[in-house]
Design a protein around this ligand. Sequence first.
Ligand SMILES: O=C(CO)[C@@H](O)[C@H](O)COP(=O)(O)O
Ligand SMILES: [Fe+2]
Length: 224
Amino acid sequence: MQSTVIAPSILSANFAKLGEEVDNVLNAGADWVHFDVMDNHYVPNLTIGPMVCEALRKHGVTAPIDVHLMVEPVDRIVPDFAKAGATLISFHPEASAHVHRTIQLIKSHGCQAGLVLNPATPVDALEWVLEELDMVLLMSVNPGFGGQSFIPSALEKLRRVRKMIDATGKPIRLEIDGGVKADNIAEIAAAGADTFVAGSAIFNATDYADVIGRMKDAVSKVRG
Ligand SMILES: O=C(CO)[C@@H](O)[C@H](O)COP(=O)(O)O
Ligand SMILES: [Fe+2]
């Protein structure tokens, strides 16, 4: 079983003091940094790129940086993120002309590869590439913005993908992203997630350690 990971999405952080915000969530018990890259083309929003990833590394961040690319086309930006210090790079199949090739491209640059399924994307998208992946990321909101509500059908999708991953016998992570809160994380964990992105639930709280602690407690009651 994969260890539990809490990955705060810095989309909801205060960008005017990003280094300090990232230090604070990591000191408060977060495991990874979730880094949302939006291009105002694949999704209707515009955020941050490889220079900001590199700046966080130069600032001294050593935790895994989990880059979620909402960018089309995706291949061109992969080498830049690898060079900037990304640990994992995940992308949406709709944003790649050749999904298998993009996975190999990410791995050839020394990063772990993830595939992201939108709420309406069928799990069939995983069928011929699952064993190549280090992580499957299921979106429980439509990509583009933080602070949206968890779409309940993501629970059934988690259960299905959990079974598919277990059948491979490989150490593939199952990440959930969107609307994750301290009060719904237990049922999300019970449905099969091991890696939890949370943006607004963490960065809108006054005490990061308190909310991350409550999330970890709730998950450990389910996963042990
Ligand atoms: O990728 C995305 C949105 O596209 C996410 O990572 C959000 O940033 C999560 O934010 P919350 O729903 O937790 O506020
Ligand atoms: Fe994300």
